[in-house]
Design a binder for this molecule. Structure first.
Ligand code: FAD
Ligand code: NAP
Length: 512
């Protein structure tokens, strides 16, 4: 008979809920620690106009479709949150969640840091001790579990704040500086109040930045234009139909993946990827030409120096809010490229400009420190070092999920894709097969070698942004690896042509 395990899950966003559901489905015990008072993670606090930027059919639990009442392809944040909450209720997950419970630290009890260096396979001799603080009464309690699933989220909690020279940071400025996370946490009325009638500067050019700039532009018009400071323009999309062709047909199928080099590919696939490189280039140019044309990027000086291929392989794509470039055209949004910026008393100093940009409020939409958040949760300095790896390598997670030297622990929700829910779900399914002993992990050395192959892939296509661990344009290949570990047939379509050209999505993995 298989061993029943006690599994501690940290976080009750999409990833934590999925983990809980699948762990329970195999008869294991699950206890979820969630620092907030509700489920949903990032979807509990978003800027007012946020919508899902993935087609809802791709952002869907494989056994719990969207309700028919949600007709929009891109539901709003409230609808997404309702959907996630319904999932939690439908599968009776709520009773397994300890709310207002913040995990302060974790340790793999009984093993020393030196000992962990000698392991050749995942150890299973010790238990994890999880120290949890009740955020209401501040009491602290310790729990012991056989396995931990870290679902603490990549894009929440710990903001990435740029570094500034001495005396040139936010403290030097008389106005207010907040992060997009703070703006998102405000209720609608407060968020409207804080920008209304103000000179607002937004920093960044990905999804949070363009959404917030659009809100400011709508609130303040040309009287108080919103300035957006960016380092690099990106190939942000007007929609998912470049020149009328669905993007999923160009990137989310097996044919598209044949055109790129893949980690662990054999000679034949390597040859094919090289032979098809003109197609890879042409598809990227095809999409770039559509975006250039529709957003008039040349006119606004916003043509990125890098390719669309690089942006999709680093998941650095945002769906532009409607009317963004109309705002630029009429002057309610001002775009300023700057390699760096800093603060002075009256505003923001932009590299190459003599006078400071006068401003009342600066919103840093500069992303999050997801890796630091993972690191901070471990008590052991060795595990802290292991989990993030070195900055010149990808975050070292085998199958984007487990660290070779951190036993009996998985991370779900770190690797990014164009539909993170789908990515998390298949990883949870892989994980419960591992928990059940349906397959065994390869040795620590082999896991390390596989991670290096992914490191090479990510550096080749995502270039400097390889630390984002984006599998967006190689999802099917990644899924194939998970399927083959689990003993599932990776080919999920009917017929050769469908297998080659039909996009893959969550429903393809609804059954084994
Ligand atoms: C505004 C916004 C919109 C997005 N839109 C899309 C989209 O359209 N498509 C897409 O694919 N992705 C999107 N994403 C990415 C998004 O992060 C994922 O889709 C997904 O919701 C992440 O879920 P998660 O459970 O992994 O993390 P989170 O939602 O961040 O959940 C993590 C949970 O862990 C809890 N937690 C963290 N630390 C601790 C601790 N120490 N102790 C206890 N609990 C803890 C947090 O409170 C939180 O509830 C969006 C992200 C944001 C910020
Ligand atoms: N569905 C939605 O509506 C929605 C809304 C918000 C967020 N999201 C998702 O949430 C995730 C996080 O998005 P995000 O936009 O908050 O963060 P992000 O994708 O990490 O983007 C961060 C931005 O800040 C810039 N930046 C970082 N450090 C900087 C510095 N020191 N100086 C100047 N600029 C700096 C980056 O510029 P470079 O490009 O030059 O590095 C980039 O433009 C993404 O997956 C996103 O898709 C989705």
């Amino acid at each position: 008979m298989k061993e029943k395990k006690k599994v501690g899950i940290i976080g009750a966003g999409v990833s934590g809920l999925l983990a809980c559901k699948y762990v329970l489905s195999r008869g294991h015990d699950a206890i979820v620690f969630e620092s907030q008072s509700t489920v949903g993670g990032v979807w509990t606090k978003t800027v007012r106009t946020t919508k899902l930027q993935t087609f809802k059919s791709f952002y869907q639990f494989s056994d719990f479709p969207w309700p028919s009442s949600v007709t929009d392809d891109f539901p709003n944040a409230r609808q997404v949150l309702d959907y996630i909450q319904s999932y939690a209720c439908h599968f009776s997950l709520i009773q397994h969640i300890k709310f207002n419970s913040k995990v302060r630290s974790m340790d793999y009890e009984g093993s020393s840091d030196d000992e962990s260096q000698t392991w050749t396979v995942w150890s299973d001799e010790c238990k994890w001790k999880i120290v949890v603080e009740d955020t209401v009464n501040l009491s602290v309690e310790a729990y012991r579990v056989d396995f931990v699933i870290l679902c603490v989220g990549r894009f929440s909690g710990l903001p990435n704040i740029p570094e500034f020279p001495p005396n040139k940071g936010p403290d030097a400025f008389d106005g207010e500086v907040i992060h997009s996370m703070d703006y998102a946490a405000m209720d609608d009325e407060k968020a409207a109040r804080i920008v209304r009638g103000k000179k607002v500067t937004v920093v960044g050019f990905l999804k949070s930045a363009v959404d917030i700039a659009m809100e400011c532009s709508t609130a303040n018009g040309i009287e108080n234009p919103c300035t957006l400071i960016y380092r690099n323009p990106h190939w942000n999309l007007p929609d998912y139909f470049p020149w009328g062709v669905h993007l999923a047909l160009l990137y989310l199928n097996r044919f598209a993946e044949l055109c790129v080099h893949k980690p662990g590919e054999g000679l034949f696939l390597s040859f094919l990827a090289t032979a098809l490189s003109p197609v890879r280039w042409a598809v990227s140019k095809f999409i770039e030409s559509d975006i250039k044309h529709r957003h008039q990027l040349k006119k606004f000086g916003m043509v990125p120096a890098h390719s669309f291929l690089q942006d999709i392989n680093s998941c650095q794509l945002a769906l532009m809010p409607d009317g963004f470039y109309d705002g630029v055209e009429k002057g309610s949004i001002i775009l300023k490229k700057s390699s760096s910026f800093s603060f002075c008393k009256d505003g923001v100093l932009i590299a190459g400009e003599e006078r400071p940009l006068e401003t009342d409020l600066v919103i840093l939409a500069t992303g999050f420190k997801g890796d630091q958040k993972l690191k901070d949760i471990f008590a052991s300095p060795k595990f802290q070092e292991h989990i993030v790896g070195s900055s010149d390598r990808v975050v070292p997670l085998y199958r984007q999920c487990v660290h070779p030297r951190i036993p009996q622990l998985a991370v779900i929700g770190f690797a990014e894709s164009l539909s993170n829910l789908y990515t998390s779900e298949l990883m949870c399914r892989w994980l419960v097969e591992l928990l059940d002993g349906a397959f065994k992990l390869v040795s620590i050395r082999e896991m390390g070698e596989d991670i290096l192959r992914w490191d090479q892939f990510m550096k080749q296509y995502a270039r400097g942004s390889y630390r984002r661990s984006c599998i967006g344009a190689l999802h099917v290949w990644h899924n194939d690896q998970l399927c083959s570990d689990m003993g599932w047939n990776p080919r999920r379509k009917n017929g050769f042509l469908a297998e080659l050209f039909e996009p893959y999505g969550p429903m393809d993995y609804a059954s084994k």
